[in-house]
Design a protein around this ligand. Structure first.
Ligand code: PDD
Length: 288
């Protein structure tokens, strides 16, 4: 089957889909993006993802590339054309194409938009959930506006690579005071010894993950006590459970951090319960 990508108004063969060399996303990482899960042919939490896209766009002063309902139609069309049942779509909007100059291009420069989609084998995710993953900690060396979902992900890519070379799957950012921030591409959670679920407040210093927001609804429905509260690496290492969340993975249990085993080294029951209930509680939009 031929993969199809949407680029600036056209549905193109994925292998031939391209963006101009002077696109500001390419030259300045001047753009924002979203990644959204698709499960059983349903887009998970589309409204929240598009709301966050709107916020990211407005924070860096890029106009919506098209009306929101039209964008939702493009997303569904890309998913259908790629026959995605379980997987994700990726959406990127940049400030568009202009002669290289740091300042914004002339008003009226059209933002560039790309939408791609792919299938992800649920068995691969299930295997990770059954086994748990390993993480390392890393100093947070990113800019101050990580609340905006920009395509400027070089520190995140370097941190993930560092994790890979250490035999781990995620790098957890820690600030200068030893307080946990978030993963290179995930939010971080721990279950305290009394069973309370903790995650760092999202007002500043991390991305407000959509999975994080919906997981709060899930915890409430399941009656799991939850507090938005900062925690140190030391406290996390002594947790009953640690897990990470993102639209690509819902919640992966973390069983080892910096070579230290978390609890008994096996995935915990809280993340499992949450994962099982998540899809039922999240908003679902059919791709058809
Ligand atoms: N990343 N924090 C960071 C730095 C992220 O990049 C992500 C998501 C999250 C979780 O957000 P959400 O629950 O909305 O996916 C937190 C995506 C999946 C990525 O870059 O591929």
């Amino acid at each position: 089957m031929t993969r199809i990508a949407y680029v600036n108004g056209r549905y193109l063969r994925h292998a031939e889909a391209c963006i101009h060399v002077e696109d500001r996303g390419y030259q300045f990482a001047d753009g924002v993006y979203e990644v959204c899960e698709v499960r059983h042919g349903m887009i998970v939490d589309l409204t929240r993802h598009l709301d966050r896209l709107g916020r990211s766009l407005s924070e860096i002063r890029i106009d919506w590339p098209m009306h929101r309902p039209a964008l939702a139609r493009v997303i569904r069309e890309v998913l259908r054309r790629n026959r995605v049942r379980n997987g994700l779509f990726y959406l990127q909007v940049t400030r568009g194409v202009a002669r290289r100059d740091h300042v914004f291009p002339a008003p009226g420069t059209r933002p560039s938009i790309v939408v791609t989609a792919k299938n992800v084998d649920p068995a691969v995710i299930a295997a990770k959930n059954a086994k748990g993953i390993k993480a390392i900690t890393a100093p947070d060396n990113r800019w101050d506006r990580v609340d905006i979902k920009t395509v400027g992900l070089l520190p995140n890519a370097l941190a993930r690579q560092q994790a890979r070379e250490a035999g781990a799957q995620e790098a957890i950012y820690v600030d200068a005071k030893g307080i946990v921030k978030e993963g290179a591409a995930t939010n971080v959670w721990m279950v305290d010894q009394d069973g309370t679920l903790l995650t760092r407040p999202a007002a500043h210093g991390i991305l407000r993950g959509i999975t994080r927001t919906t997981l709060m609804d899930v915890a409430k429905t399941l009656g799991i006590p939850l507090r938005e509260e900062e925690f140190t690496v030391e406290r996390m290492l002594g947790a009953r459970e640690v897990f990470i969340t993102a639209a690509t993975s819902i919640c992966f249990p973390v069983v080892e951090i910096d070579g230290r085993t978390i609890a008994n080294g096996h995935p915990g029951s809280v993340s499992q319960k949450i994962r099982e209930a998540f899809f039922d509680i999240a908003e679902k939009t059919s791709i058809w």
